[in-house]
Design a protein around this ligand. Sequence first.
Ligand SMILES: [Cu+2]
Length: 185
Amino acid sequence: MYRSGIEAPERIWWKKVHKTEKIWVWIAFGWCMVLFAMMPLWHLRGGQNPSGIRYRVEPEDYRVRVAEFIQEYQVDTDNGFPVVEPPPGSDVYLQGSMWAWMPVLRLQAGSEYILHLSSIDVNHGFSLYPLNINFQVVPGYDYGLRVTPTEAGEFHIVCNEFCGVGHHLMVGKVIVVDGTSGGDQ
Ligand SMILES: [Cu+2]
């Protein structure tokens, strides 16, 4: 029968919940609790959290810091971009901007670095191709990630956060050289 929301339904329109349905409700509730508990648990024990520090930075200050970093350790140019080779163990700065990653990094395999990531304009995404690494790069925040390159080779940084008409051109480069050969390849 047709009923509108204005008319009240007849009294006792509901039936008692069947036992099986009750069991399912409890199973669903229990599962909700498991997932809920997983959020803090995974944060503490998951091992997939960023390994570093983060703090606020003015985009302009970050740009200046990257420029200093380039000036200090530039060893070459690649396609018009500076190539920097910082000493193992040092702080490394990478800048995302519309539409480039600066500078090209040359790192040694087997050495730990603190990789700083920030943007000087809009949100960008740091994807290291062909590895499965994905990190948001946000203006105003400096993310220092502890990284140790394990394999020599050339890796590309792809922007995975749409950032305007030049987004698809935003490709950077990380060159990893064998740590034992003294940094030259
Ligand atoms: Cu981008």
